[in-house]
Design a protein around this ligand. Structure first.
Ligand code: PH2
Ligand code: MG
Ligand code: MG
Length: 169
């Protein structure tokens, strides 16, 4: 590859159906196996209480950082194919149960707002299950719209809200 520019991106990984941990591991391994994608950071796994739609099972969540020569939309589409390969069925409940969810959070400092892709992810700054694992990888990463670090965003969340435990707890 000549003159490809390499970008930094973060994904949130989640599952609350079936073999949750297995699905998350499959998602991470499949992202790492993509052409023009290299894994540069992986968080621990967390057990997390469901948010937004609470009448569903707890999730396993994690985050990864990658270096990629892909563009954001190609990366998004590749992630959607991986979700589908993990048996993801897009049901009627917007925030409902899923075998595998790979959410593109950041792509460098890109700000994108199209029907297909919104960057940074529009809800990431309110979600402990996203911010905690991203902070495990790179606490100083700056949210390009909010202008503060992911660690500062994590510290702003209400104490006690949104239970997040490491898998060993
Ligand atoms: N994903 C959702 C909705 N709610 N809650 C937790 N704890 N973890 C998730 O990954 C999650 C959620 C929709 O994508
Ligand atoms: Mg999601
Ligand atoms: Mg998603």
């Amino acid at each position: 590859m000549r003159n490809a520019r390499w970008h930094k991106a973060f994904f949130s990984i989640g599952s609350n159906l079936g073999d949750k941990l297995g699905h998350c591991r499959y998602g991470i391994a499949s992202l790492a196996a993509l052409k023009d994608v290299h894994l540069s950071g992986v968080s621990p796994f967390y057990r997390t209480a469901p948010v937004d739609y609470t009448d569903q099972d707890w999730f396993i969540n994690a985050a990864v950082r990658i270096a990629t020569a892909l563009d954001p939309v190609s990366l998004l589409r590749a992630a959607r194919s991986i979700e589908n390969a993990a048996g993801r069925v897009r049901g009627p409940i917007p925030f409902g149960p899923r075998t595998l969810d790979l959410d593109l959070l950041f792509f460098d400092d890109a700000i994108i707002c199209t029907p297909e892709l919104e960057l940074p992810h529009p809800r990431l700054h309110k979600r402990r299950f996203v911010l905690q694992p991203v902070c495990d990888i790179e606490p100083g990463f700056v949210h390009p719209l909010l202008g503060c670090s992911v660690k500062a965003l994590l510290d702003k969340l209400d104490v006690g809200a949104q239970e997040v435990f490491t898998l060993d707890d």
